[in-house]
Structures are given as structure tokens and as C-alpha cells.
Design a protein around this ligand. Structure first.
Ligand SMILES: Cc1cc2nc3c(=O)[nH]c(=O)nc-3n(C[C@H](O)[C@H](O)[C@H](O)COP(=O)(O)OP(=O)(O)OC[C@H]3O[C@@H](n4cnc5c(N)ncnc54)[C@H](O)[C@@H]3O)c2cc1C
Length: 291
């Protein structure tokens, strides 16, 4: 199918992109990697009057760790930049574990981390990772910048908290209290598929004690699920067979899966419980070896 007719603009600066978004009053769409938007256009799930292609704006393709330990990911950082990043491999285990599981290698060369978070697909990997990591999105609008906490950013399936005239310019992952531990597991029907169920875990550990626990789920609800409240059973504890089992049970209860062609709701809930347990056990084993 062909998309509906649309106009095309290729601004050279963030200010120009924001001015265009403002001018078109909700009838424009930002084009980043195009790996979700172009299929949406072709299926006519989206029919914007104007596409605002941000790929010619210099300075948005970056990721870095700041001296305070926070990680900053620019709007044009591609999935593959994170997949092959030494910086991420050394500093951010949840992102490192998820990066090679997003889509397939071709999509990963074009698709962007920030675009994926903005797309807010209930099966999307990066929105789940960002919620587990307690991340923030920096939005730039006509009146300047504001930060939106990730837990408030995904406002529903394929919906985010950006105003029509705001561009997401950066994702921020805060510095951990202590050491960042984490993981990401995804069940997919075949390589490159969206999640049947996936689990993102992020722990801040001070010695053996868990100072912060973030867990989020993809594919097992009508939107990305923030299971951080369920994960709070871990805070102040060490990773033991008992604390791991308690967290896995609580997080599985927070899932809201539907039976479909990918599996029954019971099966998906079981996968969530198994994945939480597997990631936490892996972290416990790694910490023991390091000690
Ligand atoms: C075959 C295939 C398999 C896939 N498998 C997976 C998978 O397993 N897991 C997964 O998570 N994803 C998967 N995807 C989606 C892919 O990861 C996309 O790259 C991602 O969802 C969107 O990023 P993008 O840069 O391509 O955004 P685009 O497609 O350009 O945009 C997506 C949406 O976000 C908006 N947007 C983008 N950037 C910004 C911005 N900076 N500010 C404001 N709004 C913005 C756009 O307007 C649009 O509404 C798959 C895609 C394909 C084609």
C-alpha cells in the first residue's frame, strides 16, 4: 500500500525542527530512523500532512557517560551504536543486554533509541529498558527544554507525553547509587521479532545490598508495564533465593498479558516470572564471582 500524500522538510537545527512542528499544529510527524513511522505510513495508520526529517541536524548522534556517571543518548543515536559501544558495555548492563535483541541488524543500523522510546510500542524494547532505568527524556519546544520522567512519558499504547510542538532531543539514564547491575531477556518467535514477553531489570547495588530496583515489561500488557513497585520488595535486601523468588512472583503478578497467537496469558506470565528469576540469579552469581 502507498502512504497518503505528505510534505517533507529537512531542518538543519533543532530550533528549525521545533518551529516546523509548531507551525503544523499536530499535523506533522518527526522522521528519525523511519523504521516504525514508514510502515505506519504505508499501512495508513498515520497520515501526517508533513514529515520533519531530523537526520540532517548535526550533533544529535551521540551517546556518552558524563563525569557524574549519567548516560546521555542523543536523538539520532542508532540501535547499533549502543550495540557496539564500549562505553555501554562497561557502564550499563541493561542497555548492553537489550541492544542486540532489538529487531534485526538492518533495522538496528537506522532505527534510533529515542525514536523507539517515542513510538511507545507496548512490545518495544527500549521503553521498557528506560522505565527500569528510571530514565528521563529531554523535550525541546518553542519555550525551551523540559525533562519528562520515563514513568510519565509513555502515556498509553503508541502514545507519549510530548506536546505536538516538542522534539525529544535526548534520553538521560541517571547515575547509579553504587554499581549498576541489570539485564534484559526477551522471548521472540524468531530472531528479529517483537517480544512475546520481555523483562528489563536495573539494580543499583551498594556492596551486596540493593539500593534501587527497577523492572519493566514489554509484550505483556496494553502498554509498557512499569513493575518497579513490585520490584521494591528487593530494596534494602541482598540477592538470595528467597528475595529473588519474592520479586519474580510480585513482578509476574504485575504483568497483564493477553492470550493471542504468541501464547496464552498464563504462559506469558510464567515467562515473566522465569526471566526475572534468571536475570536476578545471573546478577547474584556475577557478584559472588567478583567478590
Ligand atoms: C522488521 C522490524 C522489526 C522490528 N523489531 C523491533 C523489536 O524487536 N523491538 C523494538 O523495540 N522495535 C522493533 N522495531 C521498531 C524499530 O526498533 C524502530 O527503529 C523504532 O521503534 C523507532 O525508531 P525510529 O528511529 O526508526 O523512529 P521513526 O520510525 O522515525 O519514528 C517512530 C515514531 O516516533 C516519533 N519520533 C521519532 N523520533 C522522535 C523524536 N526525536 N522526537 C519526537 N518524536 C519522535 C515519530 O514521529 C514516530 O511517531 C522493528 C521494526 C521493524 C521494521
Amino acid at each position: 500500500m502507498y502512504p497518503s500524500r505528505f510534505g517533507y522538510e529537512s531542518p538543519k537545527s533543532v530550533a528549525e525542527a521545533v518551529a516546523l512542528l509548531d507551525q503544523f499544529g499536530g499535523e506533522a510527524k518527526v522522521l528519525a530512523g523511519g523504521q516504525s513511522l514508514v510502515p505506519m505510513l504505508k499501512l495508513r495508520f498515520a497520515a501526517p500532512e508533513m514529515l520533519i526529517d531530523i537526520n540532517n541536524i548535526d550533533g544529535l548522534r551521540y551517546h556518552r557517560v558524563d563525569p557524574d556517571g549519567s548516560i546521555h543518548i542523543g536523538a539520532l543515536c542508532r540501535h547499533e551504536d549502543l550495540e557496539f559501544s564500549d562505553v555501554i558495555a562497561k557502564s550499563q548492563p541493561t542497555i548492553a543486554a537489550a541492544a542486540h535483541l532489538v529487531a534485526d541488524p538492518i533495522v538496528r543500523t537506522r532505527g534510533t533509541f529515542v525514536g523507539s522510546v517515542c513510538h511507545a510500542d507496548p512490545q518495544g524494547d527500549w521503553a521498557a529498558a528506560m522505565i527500569a532505568l528510571d530514565g528521563r527524556i529531554v523535550a525541546q519546544g518553542p519555550k525551551g527544554k523540559r525533562e519528562i520522567a520515563m514513568k510519565n512519558f509513555v502515556s498509553g499504547p503508541f502514545q507519549n507525553a510530548l506536546a505536538f510542538n516538542e522534539l525529544a532531543v535526548e534520553a538521560i539514564i541517571p547515575a547509579p547509587k553504587g554499581v549498576a547491575r541489570g539485564g534484559y531477556l526477551k522471548l521472540e518467535r524468531r530472531v528479529g521479532d517483537f517480544a512475546t514477553a520481555s523483562v528489563a531489570v536495573s539494580l543499583d547495588m551498594v556492596g551486596d545490598t540493593i539500593a534501587r530496583a527497577g523492572i519493566a515489561l514489554a509484550g505483556v500488557g496494553g502498554h509498557t508495564i512499569d513493575a518497579t513497585e513490585a520490584a521494591s520488595v528487593l530494596v534494602g535486601k541482598t540477592l538470595t533465593a528467597e528475595s529473588i523468588a519474592a520479586a519474580a512472583t510480585a513482578v509476574a503478578a504485575a504483568a497483564d498479558p493477553r492470550t493471542d497467537h504468541r501464547g496464552s496469558s498464563d504462559y506469558k506470565r510464567h515467562i515473566v516470572e522465569t526471566f526475572v528469576s534468571r536475570i536476578l540469579t545471573g546478577i547474584a552469581n556475577t557478584s559472588q564471582k567478583a567478590a
